[in-house]
Design a protein around this ligand. Sequence first.
Ligand code: GZL
Ligand code: ZN
Length: 334
Amino acid sequence: MARTTLTRTVLAAVSAAALFALGACSSDAGTQTGGGGETNAADDGVITLGFSQVGAESGWRAANTKSIQDTLTAENGFDLKFSDAQQKQENQIQAIRSYIAQQVDVIAFSPVVETGWDAVLQEAKDAGIPVILTDRAVDSSDETLYESFIGSDFVLEGEMAGQWAAEQYDGEGYQAVELQGTTGAAPAIDRKDGFESAIAGSDIEIIDSQTGNFTRAEGKTVMEGFLNAHDDIDLVFAHNDDMGLGAIEAIEAAGMTPGEDIKIITIDAVKDGMQALADGKINYIVECNPLLGPDLADITKKVLAGEEVEKRIVVKDEAFDQAAAKEALPTREY
Ligand code: GZL
Ligand code: ZN
């Protein structure tokens, strides 16, 4: 901890001095400094941030990427280096290593799965580069490996989905199938836990559960398998809208009516999901706010200024039934 604090203090002092100097002199481009621990934010006031994104697997991810790219702009004082890992952890580790080699000022990323990060995060720490987590969490035992986590409470999202299901459908002997998110991902693990705990007191039974990897195509394929294996599915719980939309395609192809013959509950509340909800093909959606760019920019500036930041910043989520979706759709940002 001492090393990180020391590095950050040095960073803060150098950055403050440089920003003061910059104010005095013209805005000539600062020279890149070599050597470990220094940062070019001290030279030209620009924060170079390396971001490793999970991929482009869903509507949610596209909205999340847009929020980051729209906020971490040159006019906001950033030089954003952005990489898409195609949902592969080894690609994220490679991207983080390249950001370390480039001596960026800050590294931020959304870890595709919870485990396997300690080594590369220790390398960033040894290089004096602060790390900020967005969207998904890591379950590292060493909390000094990152400065802050900004994202939703996925257990709560699962609980909100399960509570609504129990309120609406308890007592009808519903048989449910679950389309899980990416195996090992924090949102998949936590949404499952939250949902199961919330339906525990009802007679809703999960008769099958499998990963659809957060994508529409895989959600459809898995749902086709469920429909072949079970002849009395009453409810689908999908960990994101995209897999729910894939399930809708499979249910309609089987000649049934989604939202009626088979109820559907999903999480995200992206535009396509909200449209299906308004159209009556989905019954309830719990939102997961993807607009994390502004919080990331704010936390990054605080970290580089050496200010204390909260370890965990939870963004607020709401939920929608079909009537609420019709209301909200016209003004939806994503
Ligand atoms: C949740 C995010 C999940 C979304 C999916 O914060 O990590 O990943 O729910 C996305 O749509 O693929
Ligand atoms: Zn049944």
